[in-house]
Design a protein around this ligand. Structure first.
Ligand code: GLN
Length: 243
């Protein structure tokens, strides 16, 4: 059977801090290496066409507070469609500002940005910013997740399942020991920039979710030669855990 996956990159013009776009390239490439067709549509602020019905993976990156505000007021118009997409098992990957937007609100010292209320979480701005490299443990993959975080917001996730336990770094609040959220087929995280190239198991977890959602008979991805990716992952872990 010929499989294909369509990725919708939301607001690549506004939400692309530290090269979050690298995650799209990684998703695409790991599909193509397995002979699975991958198409990507970027939906910029001016396009305003968000058709989740033809989408298998929605990607929402991170941005500054200013960009986040612009995006959020626009996204609220599509809130019900995105909520239905998520509740029906659609795959959504959200990073940092995009992660915060999925919650009830993001409270800054002088204003409150209304969120999409797709996840039962909220974010409050705090000081200092939580900046640095981070290592997480997610129990369903054997490889620790490595990344970089930079956020003023502290995200309180209530009863949601985190993406991982913080081995080193700050995570959702700097204190809870939890990072990100996994909800249905949503993967939300503070880990910025091209996260997936150095975390191939996390990338494949997302791809498998999308393929199983679209093709109920899909079983598992073929393994790839990840020698290079695994080296990048362990190299980063060594540096982060030593410091
Ligand atoms: N504006 C948010 C914060 O600082 C998210 C920033 C980001 O995406 N890096 O908490």
């Amino acid at each position: 059977m010929a499989y294909s996956i369509h990725i919708l990159h939301m607001f690549p013009d506004l939400l692309n801090l530290y090269g979050d776009k690298g995650n799209i390239e990684c998703l695409r490439k790991r599909l193509e290496w397995r002979g699975i067709e991958a198409t990507v549509t970027g939906c910029t602020y001016d396009d305003r066409v968000m058709d989740f019905s033809k989408t298998d993976i929605v990607f929402l990156g991170g941005g500054s507070d200013r960009e986040q505000k612009i995006v959020c007021s626009e996204l609220l118009k599509y809130r019900d469609r995105l909520k239905d997409y998520v509740e029906n098992g659609g795959v959504l990957v959200a990073v940092c500002g995009g992660y915060q937007l999925l919650g009830k609100y993001y409270a800054l010292p002088d204003e409150k940005i209304e969120g999409l209320n797709i996840l039962d979480i909220y974010t409050e701005h705090g000081s200092p910013r939580l900046i640095g490299n981070i290592v997480l443990k997610n129990d369903s993959i054997s490889q620790n997740i490595v990344g970089f975080e930079n956020h003023g917001g502290r995200t309180y996730i209530g009863d949601h399942t985190p993406l991982g336990k913080v081995v080193k770094g700050f995570g959702n609040t700097g204190e809870s020991g939890a990072e990100g959220v996994l909800y249905k087929n949503v993967v939300a995280t503070y880990l910025h920039g091209p996260l997936l190239p150095k975390n191939p198991q996390l990338c494949d977890l997302i791809l498998e979710k999308a393929l199983k959602q679209k093709y109920p008979d899909f079983t598992a991805l073929e393994p790839l030669d990840d020698a290079m990716e695994n080296r990048a992952n362990t190299y980063m872990q060594d540096i982060i855990l030593k410091n």
